[in-house]
Each structure stands twice: as structure tokens, then as C-alpha cells.
Ligand binder design. Structure first.
Ligand code: ADP
Length: 626
């Protein structure tokens, strides 16, 4: 291929503009990004090499070399990994593929200073090189291709780049940065070493630099520092998770997390263990501080990378954790899986099953630990991930009880989402034999709902369930520690021993005394209500809607319909407060039918619903107002 000039994809051009024309809060990160690419390239060779040992050619030891030329003002990062073919150079270096970079692009605000800061935290892969270079040349040859099929790619980071064929004996890639005038500080061994030890210590490959040596001075002149031809390893060259916990600092754990997760914040918590026994593996798992935007997408890529005997196998190994823990990031390295393990094989493997169980337990312990010892962090965790954790009730039967203990809700007496089932039980009234809850669209709607009136009067706490997943999740949890969970909007109100004899009697009498009126109401509302009955549930409101035990709540049915999903037609039961003046007025009224419909529609409004025919409702009310 003779020299060609090609244009960058529009997104790359946009990104480059930002990188080259901004101030950066942390220019050092360019080296982390390029070393990380070099390491990925070696991982890829190792992986492809499993089936094709010839790719190693005559250089079996994978490594990264960092060197500079003071006179030419160049800094070069060379790896002997998989390399790039000519087509790959054009495709991979001319377009944006990495999801992390795309996330980054999505976060850009347009404010230069702000965006530049983001680059410093995030890194934008290969293009970070343009933070310090005004020209980058990449020379590469893909493993397995002849020396005559090398490629040179070069660009000044403006709108286009050049590619041409070159002769290249060595496999792998050299990235040559032609440093900007103000980036001379990177032509310095000490500076480079300190960046490598900060960001790239854990890379499992050796990173080599040329040794510095003192040259003897002549004629009593002081000696000078020269760069020898001898290479030395300047990083630990051991994957972080393979090192002993005691040798790893918090900063190193955090830095590693940021690199694998593309997150700019430190994680909330982490756990690092070597598990021995029937299945042996190492797990290093993190809980992020913030939920990603697509947290509720159950198909989203999982965050755990799988290694087998230190060889990188795959990025988003879904089989390693249940879907409800999809927010966890980290690494699992197993010695019990075959190196050529495929995604399909992972699903079936017994070792993977054991690993998944072990990882799940670890993550739950990590969360339990926060709940027990770090209430603020736990509250932060719960605010971000509480709703997804609830999915576990339906997904992970083995850990259902542990999960139930971790759940928190607001309640009729507590505004913050902080009441666990155990706290609730500890506050139950004498004679109370159920945990009461209500599902609602919002906390305010739940708290003010008519169904709660009797509970408030009796001083009984009711949990407010306002997450979309609550009602679904509660299908899988019928009791907590021996106490049944009872919706206050389903079935007849049963306060059991909390109701005294007089109240029970009054309720029974109401049913018979008002039977004729209840029958008339039932007839008037036969298209809307499945039943009409008198209730002791209400104190201030004239009426409310409930559903049969086991039916879907009207609130969930409404939510499904709004989301365009099929929902069963739930015909609710209208319960009326026979003591209420409006109900009393009903008896001899000339407008019985209109009042009946108003009663029903208002009950619907009170719980956040809308009458089927709002204009008919308005007409009826207006007719009574004039
Ligand atoms: P990312 O590495 O996250 O995918 P980059 O923008 O850093 O994004 O790199 C783009 C692509 O260029 C990489 O996915 C890889 O295919 C290729 N690449 C970059 N550096 C190297 C390298 N040293 N060796 C081989 N391929 C590389």
C-alpha cells in the first residue's frame, strides 16, 4: 500500500480537537492509557496463541518497552503483542470503538475546562497521546504476517491521518510520540518511572526501561547521568489480584478499579480473596460508588472479567454473578477452567457454578458489612443499587433471606428509606401479627392514601414501597422471619387482635345494616367495581379501592399499561366508610347514581389513578356544585 491520507471518523475529530486544544488536569494519564493498550495487545496475543503457537514467532516473552530520545524529543512505547494489520490500523485508530470512550463522549458538557478535567480522570485511550504530542507515529506488524506487511500510521491529531506499508521485522506495535515543546518533562527516566509505578504497577507484563548510569567525570569535572543500553523492569509485573492483600495499598486497589471500570470515582467497597477447596480461584470485586445510567437494563454487559491462570479470557463474563448483581465490577481468575473456555461452556461448567455461588456470597457479605458497620456508606449504596438488589428476591432463592434482611423502605412514620424488616418487627405493636405495607407511585401518595387511615389511628407503622420492582419482588417474599407480609390495599382489612370486640361488632353490623345501600351501589357500579362493601379501614375518607388478595394492585396494573405492556384487567373492590357524611347523604339522595360514580372515581384519584372517563367525572361533580 502506498501512502494514503484518510479522514478520521467525525467523533474522533471532535474528540481530538478537545484533547489538543484544552488544558488537562492530569496529562500523565496518557502513559497509563498507552501502556494499557500495549498490555491488552499482549493479552490478545496470548489468547490467540492458545490455538496457534506460531504467532509467538521467536519472541515468547511478552513485554512493553518505554524509551525516549532527548534530541529527537520522542517518547516510544513498544509492545510485542498482537500488532495491527494495515486494515486494523485504519479501522481501530481512525474510529472510536471503546465503550468507555463513548461513555466519555456522552458526558461532555461543551464547557472546555470541565471537559478537559474529564479527560484527565477518564483517559480516552490511544488519543490521550495527543495531550502531550503534536504528532504520533504508530509502526506495527500483526503477529503471523510477513515482515513486508508492516504498517506505519501517523497523524498530527487534526482532521486526518496517513497510512503506508513498511517493512517491520518485529511483531507488535511501537507508538512514537513527537512531544510538544512544553512536554519535555516526559524525556526523563525518573518522571516516567514514577508515572508507571503509580498507574501501571499491576500490569502483569514487565514494563522495561533503559537503566540510567553515572558516567565518570573527567579532569575533576562532575560526572553526568547517561542512559545505558541495559533494560530493567520498572513495575511489579504481577497482576494486582495475584499479590498478597497486605502488599496492596488502598490507592492501588482504587486505581485498579478505575482502570477496569472506566469510572473516575473511587469504589464504595471492595473484596479480595483467594478461594481454595474444590474449585480454586481468586476474586477481586468492587461495588461502585455510583450506579451507571443503564443500571436497569438487565442485558447490559456484566462487569466482571474472567482470567484463567492469569490469561485474560473475556471481559463481561455474565456467568460469574447473577443478573441482579450486574453493578459489581472486578476480576475472577480461576485455575480450574480450561483456557479455551467459551461463553457456552461457561454456562454449563460446574466450576463456574461454584465460582458464581462464591462470588455472590462475597458480594452479599460485603453489603452486609456496610449495613452493620458503615451506615452512611450503606445508605449511599442502597440509594444507588437498592432497587436492583430487590430483583434478587425473584432470582436467587438460595440467598432470599439474606437479601430480605438488606432491604430498606420508608414508612408511614419514617421519611428516609431506612427501615428494614427487622427494625419494623422490633417496633410492632403488641397483638400485631403482620408486617403491613402499601405500594404506591411516590412516598407522598403512599403516605396519604386512604388505606392507611386506620393504621395511623391505631399507631401502626406501614412500610411504603415505591420502587417499580417492589410489587414484583414481593411476589417472592411472603414473610420475614416468620411474620407474614400483608398489603394494606389487598383483601379485607384484618387487624386481628389489634381490633377490639366493639369495633368488630360495629363492622359486622355495618355490613347488614347497610346491605340495601351496598347492593344499590354494586348495581350502579357493576361495570367498574367487582364488589362494594363497608369497611373499618377508613377514618376520614369516604371510600377507597382495594383488590382481592393475590390480584395485581391497581397501581402496578396502571404502571404496566403506561409502559405499554399487557396488564390483566383488575376490577377493584370499592370499600366505603359508612360513617362518612357523604356516604350518609347517599341514602336518600336523588343523585344516587352520580354520587356512586363520584365516590368511585375519587377513590381512584386518591390513589394516583385517573377515572376512565375524566370528562364524565367533571360533569357529574359540576352538576352537584351548581
Ligand atoms: P481501546 O483500547 O479501549 O479499545 P483505544 O482508542 O485506546 O481504545 O484503541 C483503539 C484500538 O486500537 C484498540 O481497541 C486496539 O484494537 C487498537 N490498538 C491500540 N493500541 C494498540 C496496540 N498497542 N497494539 C495493538 N492494537 C492496538
Amino acid at each position: 500500500m502506498s501512502k494514503q491520507t484518510l479522514s478520521f471518523q467525525a467523533e474522533v475529530a471532535q474528540l481530538l480537537k478537545l484533547v489538543t486544544h484544552s488544558l488537562y488536569s492530569n496529562p500523565d494519564i496518557f502513559l497509563r492509557e498507552l501502556v494499557s493498550n500495549a498490555s491488552d495487545a499482549c493479552d490478545k496475543l496470548r489468547f490467540e496463541g492458545l490455538n496457534n503457537a506460531e504467532l509467538y514467532e521467536d519472541a515468547p516473552n511478552l513485554e512493553v518497552r518505554v524509551s525516549f530520545d532527548k534530541a529527537a524529543k520522542t517518547l516510544t512505547i513498544t509492545d510485542n503483542g498482537i500488532g495491527l494489520s494495515q486494515i486494523e490500523a485504519v479501522e481501530h485508530l481512525g474510529t472510536i470503538a471503546k465503550s468507555g470512550t463513548r461513555d466519555f463522549m456522552a458526558k461532555l458538557s461543551g464547557d472546555q475546562k470541565n471537559d478537559a478535567q474529564l479527560i484527565g480522570q477518564f483517559g480516552v485511550g490511544f488519543y490521550s497521546g495527543f495531550i502531550v504530542a503534536d504528532k504520533i507515529t504508530v509502526e506495527s506488524r500483526r503477529a503471523g504476517l510477513p515482515a513486508s506487511e508492516g504498517v506505519r500510521w501517523s497523524s498530527a491529531g487534526t482532521g486526518d491521518f496517513e497510512v503506508e506499508t513498511i517493512e517491520r521485522a518485529e511483531r507488535g506495535t511501537s507508538v512514537i510520540l513527537h512531544l510538544k515543546d512544553d512536554a519535555g518533562e516526559y524525556l526523563n527516566t525518573w518522571k516516567l518511572k514514577s508515572i508507571i509505578s503509580k498507574y501501571s504497577d499491576h500490569i502483569s507484563l514487565p514494563i522495561l526501561m533503559k537503566k540510567e548510569a553515572w558516567k565518570e567525570g573527567e579532569n575533576d569535572q562532575p560526572g553526568e547521568m547517561i542512559i545505558s543500553d541495559e533494560w530493567e523492569t520498572v513495575n511489579q509485573a504481577a497482576a494486582l489480584w495475584t499479590r498478597a492483600k497486605k502488599d496492596i495499598t488502598q490507592e492501588q486497589y482504587d486505581e485498579f478499579y478505575k482502570q477496569i471500570s472506566y469510572d473516575s470515582q473511587s469504589p464504595l467497597a471492595s473484596t479480595h480473596n483467594r478461594v481454595e477447596g474444590a474449585t480454586e480461584y481468586t476474586q477481586l470485586l468492587y461495588i461502585p460508588a455510583k450506579a451507571p445510567m443503564d443500571l436497569f437494563n438487565r442485558d447490559k454487559a456484566a462487569g466482571v472479567k474472567l482470567y484463567v491462570k492469569r490469561v485474560f479470557i473475556m471481559d463481561d463474563a455474565q456467568a460469574l454473578l447473577p443478573v441482579y448483581l450486574r453493578f459489581v465490577k472486578g476480576v475472577v481468575d480461576s485455575s480450574d477452567l480450561p483456557l479455551n473456555v467459551s461463553r457456552e461452556l461457561l454456562q454449563e461448567s460446574r466450576a463456574v457454578k461454584a465460582i458464581r455461588e462464591g462470588c455472590t456470597k462475597r458480594v452479599l457479605s460485603m453489603i452486609e458489612d456496610l449495613a452493620a458497620n458503615e451506615p452512611e456508606k450503606f445508605a449511599a449504596f442502597y440509594g444507588e443499587f437498592g432497587a436492583v438488589l430487590k430483583e434478587g428476591l425473584g432470582e436467587d432463592f438460595a440467598n432470599r433471606e439474606r437479601l430480605a434482611k438488606l432491604l430498606r423502605f420508608a414508612s408511614s412514620t419514617t421519611d428516609t428509606v431506612s427501615v428494614g424488616f427487622a427494625d419494623y418487627k422490633g417496633r410492632m405493636k403488641e397483638g400485631q401479627d403482620a408486617i403491613y405495607y402499601i405500594t404506591a407511585d411516590t412516598q407522598a401518595a403512599g403516605k396519604n392514601s386512604p388505606q392507611l387511615e386506620i393504621f395511623r389511628k391505631k399507631g401502626i407503622e406501614v412500610l411504603l414501597m415505591t420502587d417499580r420492582v417492589d410489587e414484583w419482588a414481593l411476589n417472592y417474599l411472603h414473610e420475614f422471619d416468620g411474620t407474614p407480609l400483608q398489603s394494606v390495599a389487598k383483601g379485607a382489612v384484618d387487624l386481628g387482635k389489634l381490633q377490639d370486640e366493639d369495633e368488630k361488632k360495629a363492622a359486622e353490623e355495618a355490613q347488614t345494616q347497610f346491605k340495601p345501600m351496598l347492593d344499590r351501589l354494586k348495581e350502579a357500579l357493576k361495570d367498574k367495581a367487582s364488589d362494594v362493601r363497608a369497611t373499618t379501614r377508613l377514618v376520614d375518607s369516604p371510600a377507597c379501592l382495594v383488590v382481592q388478595e393475590g390480584d395485581m394492585s391497581t397501581q402496578l396494573a396502571r404502571m404496566l399499561k403506561q409502559a405499554g405492556q399487557a396488564a390483566p384487567e383488575v376490577k377493584p373492590i370499592l370499600e366505603i366508610n359508612a360513617q362518612h357524611p357523604l356516604v350518609k347523604k347517599l341514602e336518600g339522595s336523588d343523585h344516587f347514581d352520580d354520587l356512586a360514580h363520584i365516590l368511585f372515581d375519587q377513590a381512584l384519584l386518591a390513589e394516583g389513578g385517573l377515572p376512565d372517563d375524566p370528562s364524565a367525572y367533571v360533569k357529574r361533580v359540576n352538576a352537584l356544585l351548581v
